[in-house]
Design a protein around this ligand. Structure first.
Ligand code: HEM
Ligand SMILES: [Cu+2]
Length: 494
C-alpha cells in the first residue's frame, strides 16, 4: 500500500520532487536577499544602490516564479489521479523554466538589469545608463522562456481535462450548478481548481508574452513604440493573475489532504462550484486595481477594479476557509507538521486578504499606494498563505512518500516561520502607516525603526525556511521508493 488513499504513480512522485526542491531552495535564497534589502534600508549595511534594485528585481521575480513552480507541482501531482497528463510537458516546462532563470540571473547580476519584475515600459530601454540592452534582453528573454514553458504546461492541463470531461463548462461543474446533473457526480475540487487556473493563466501568459515581445522589439528598434497605458495594462493583467494563481494551485493540497486527515469527504457542492466560477471571472478582470492612480484609465475599469476586488478571492476563500473549519471541527484530526501547514495557509490567506481589500479602495489607495502597506499585505498571504502550502507539500511528500517522521525541530521551525512572517509583515504595514514609500533603497532616519524589526523577524523566517529545505533535501531521494503505512480500517491518517 502506498500513499493514504492517494493513488499516484511513483514516477509522478519523483517527477515533482526536483521542482519542489528547487522551489524551496530558491524561496530560501530570495528570503535571504530580502533580509539584505532590509539591512540596507535599516542602514545597518551599505550596498551599492544599483545592487539594491538588482536584489529587488530578483526577489520579486524569483519569489513569484519559484512559488508558481512549486504550486504547479502540487496541481500536477494531485490532478494526475483524475486525468491522463503527459509528463514530457512537465519536463519541458522545467527545462524552459531553468533556462529562463539562468537568463534572468545573468541579465540582473552580470549585466546589471534592475528594472523590477514590472519591467514597466519604456524603462527596460531607458535605464539612464544603469544597464545596457544586453541586461534588458536577457531579463525580458528569460521571462519569455519561463512564460512559454508555463503556457505549454497549462495547455497540457487543459487538454487532459477537456479530453476527460468534454469541456471547461463541464469541469467547472456548470451542469451541476444549473441542476442538470446530480451534485454527487460533480467534478472533484482538484479538477475544478485546475480548470480555473488553466483559464486564468493562459490568459495571463498570453498577455505577458505579448508585452514582453513588444518590449524586446522596442529595445532594438526605438521607433517601434507602444502605448504606455496599454503596456501597463498588459503587464499588470499578467502579473496580477499569475501571482494570484499560486494560491489557487496550492489550495489543491487543502482539498486533497484535509479529507484524508479527517476521514470526511470534501465534495464539490453547488456553492463551491459557483464560488470557483465567480473567482475565475473576477481574477481576470480586477487587475485594474493596480492602476487606480492612473487617472487616464477609463473610470468604469477602475470602478470594476475596486468593486470586484472586494469580491475577487472572497468566494473561493470563504468556501475554502469555512469548508476547512467544518471538516476539521470535532474530527479528531491529527496535527502533524503537514496538516498544521495546511491550516496555517488558510489562516494566512484570510488575514492577508484584509489589508489587500482595504488597499483596493480608491480613496485609501490614493494615500497608501506605493507605500510599504502594499508589501505588508502581500508578504502576509504570500508568506504564510502560498508559501505555507508549498512547505506543507514538502512535508507531505517526505512523510507519505518517503516515511519521514516529524521531529521537534520541525515543530520549532513551524512556529518560528509563523512568528517571523507575522513580524515581518507587521513591520511593513507599520512602515506603510507612517508613509514610508516602497521600493526606495535609502530610508531617512524616521523610517528606520520598523526596518530593524523587519530584519530580526525576516531572519527568523529565513532560518526556519533553511530548516524546511534541509529536511526535505536529505530525505527527498527516497520519494516514490518506499511504502507508507495507513490505517485502512478508519480510512484516515492516524
Ligand atoms: C524573510 C522573508 C522576506 C523578506 C525579509 C522580504 C523582504 C522584502 C523587501 C525588503 C522588499 C522590498 C520592499 C520595498 O519596496 O522597499 C520585498 C519585496 C517583495 N517581496 Fe519579499 N521578503 C520576504 C519574503 C517574501 C516572500 C515569501 C514572497 C513571495 C512568495 C515575497 C515577495 C516579494 C515581492 C513580490 C516583492 C515586490 C518587489 C517589488 O516591489 O518589485 N517576499 N521583500
Ligand atoms: Cu492584483
Amino acid at each position: 500500500m502506498d500513499n493514504p488513499l492517494v493513488k499516484i504513480n511513483p514516477m509522478t512522485k519523483r517527477l515533482v520532487t526536483f521542482p519542489v526542491l528547487m522551489s524551496g531552495l530558491f524561496i530560501f535564497l530570495m528570503m535571504a536577499f530580502g533580509v539584505i534589502m532590509l539591512l540596507n534600508q535599516a542602514n545597518m549595511i551599505q550596498i551599492n544602490m544599483g545592487m539594491f534594485y538588482q536584489l529587488m528585481t530578483i526577489h520579486g521575480t524569483g519569489m513569484i516564479g519559484f512559488a508558481a513552480l512549486g504550486a504547479a507541482g502540487i496541481m500536477w501531482y494531485f490532478l494526475s489521479q483524475y486525468v491522463e497528463l503527459n509528463r514530457r510537458v512537465f519536463q519541458i516546462n522545467l527545462i524552459l523554466f531553468l533556462l529562463g532563470v539562468v537568463s534572468v540571473l545573468v541579465g540582473i547580476f552580470k549585466y546589471d538589469f534592475a528594472g523590477g519584475w514590472t519591467f514597466l515600459y519604456p524603462l527596460p530601454a531607458m535605464s539612464g545608463g544603469m544597464w545596457a540592452e544586453a541586461g534588458a534582453t536577457l531579463y525580458l528573454g528569460g521571462m519569455l522562456l519561463i512564460g512559454c514553458g508555463f503556457l505549454l504546461l497549462f495547455l497540457e492541463v487543459s487538454r487532459a481535462i477537456i479530453s476527460k470531461y468534454g469541456s471547461f463548462a463541464q469541469s467547472l461543474g456548470w451542469p451541476h450548478i444549473f441542476g442538470l446533473r446530480k451534485e454527487e457526480d460533480a467534478p472533484p475540487p482538484t479538477v475544478v481548481a485546475s480548470t480555473m487556473v488553466s483559464i486564468v493563466n493562459i490568459t495571463a501568459l498570453i498577455a505577458g508574452a505579448a508585452i514582453l515581445v513588444m518590449s524586446l522589439i522596442n529595445l532594438y528598434n526605438p521607433s517601434f513604440t507602444i502605448d504606455p497605458l496599454l503596456a501597463k495594462n498588459l503587464i499588470y493583467a499578467f502579473g496580477h493573475i499569475f501571482a494570484n494563481s499560486i494560491i489557487y494551485m496550492g489550495v489543491i493540497l487543502v482539498y486533497e489532504m484535509l479529507p484524508r486527515y479527517t476521514g470526511r469527504p470534501w465534495k464539490s457542492y453547488k456553492i463551491f462550484l459557483i464560488a470557483w466560477t465567480l473567482s475565475t471571472i473576477f481574477t481576470i478582470i480586477i487587475y485594474p486595481h493596480h492602476l487606480l492612480m492612473d487617472f487616464v484609465m477609463p473610470n468604469w475599469m477602475l470602478i470594476i477594479g475596486q468593486v470586484l476586488s472586494y469580491m475577487n478571492g472572497l468566494p473561493v476563500l470563504i468556501v475554502t476557509a469555512y469548508g476547512a473549519l467544518m471538516i476539521v471541527y470535532r474530527s479528531g484530526i491529527k496535527w502533524d507538521v503537514t496538516s498544521s501547514f495546511i491550516m496555517l495557509s488558510m489562516f494566512g490567506w484570510v488575514i492577508g486578504v484584509i489589508p489587500a481589500i482595504i488597499d483596493a479602495t480608491i480613496i485609501v489607495n490614493q494615500v497608501m499606494h506605493n507605500t510599504q502597506w502594499v508589501p505588508g499585505h502581500f508578504h502576509l498571504y504570500m508568506g504564510i498563505g502560498a508559501t505555507a502550502m508549498i512547505i506543507g507539500f514538502m512535508f507531505y511528500l517526505t512523510k507519505f512518500d518517503a516515511n519521514r517522521t516529524d521531529q521537534e525541530i520541525d515543530r520549532a521551525s513551524f512556529w518560528s516561520f509563523i512568528i517571523g512572517i507575522l513580524g515581518l509583515s507587521a513591520s511593513f504595514l507599520y512602515s506603510g502607516q507612517i508613509s514610508t514609500p516602497r521600493r526606495w533603497a535609502e530610508h531617512v532616519p524616521e523610517w528606520i525603526a520598523p526596518n530593524i524589526i523587519g530584519v530580526i523577524f525576516g531572519t527568523i523566517a529565513t532560518l526556519a525556511m533553511l530548516v524546511f529545505v534541509f529536511r526535505f533535501i536529505v530525505i527527498s531521494h527516497k520519494i516514490g521508493k518506499s511504502e507508507t503505512s495507513f490505517d485502512e480500517s478508519t480510512r484516515k491518517i492516524s
